[in-house]
Write a protein that binds this ligand. Sequence first.
Ligand SMILES: [Zn+2]
Ligand SMILES: [Zn+2]
Length: 195
Amino acid sequence: MGQVHFAYDTEDVLEFSVALANTDAAASTSGDDELATKEHLGGLIADHRFSGRIDGDDQELADMVGLRRDFRRIWALDRDAMVKEVNAILESGEVLPRLARHDGLDWHLHAASPDAPLATRIRLELALALVDVIRAAETERLRVCEADDCAGLLLDLSRNRSKRFCSVRCANRVNMVAYRKRQSTDADTDAYTDA
Ligand SMILES: [Zn+2]
Ligand SMILES: [Zn+2]
């Protein structure tokens, strides 16, 4: 029982949201925009086994970049503000939920017709995932990386809410800085004592 569990499809959508958000240059491993090309987008959606309509064109890429910006904003909201955003999406009347089974994935929730544009479907699916998170009063598990120079998003599913960084890379960097600081503080103390 080391973890909090949402339905697996809810967790999938949240994990995809983090992966999408962290393609931003302010959060990516390379420091570059990792959603700059249609090839980037193709790789990202292949990893997450999306079914249904995939256009593979410039419009779809532009819509996904817009979605990334919106997700990053919504993710950082407090619970009540998030409810407003989610209700706005639910009230738009675009959500048409159905169960689907494909690509080795068991029955899971799709938020719209498979003919709707990819970015539209993902937006609606995130709204439904956030319905679960909000109802469980777990929105604090959606956070931003604590490393100073990183704008990465993170999903903390640990039981004691102990996850602080978006990646091992950020955790190591921050720990190294803290270690160096301790060492130089120790050196100062020694110098003082000797004098
Ligand atoms: Zn699916
Ligand atoms: Zn980070």
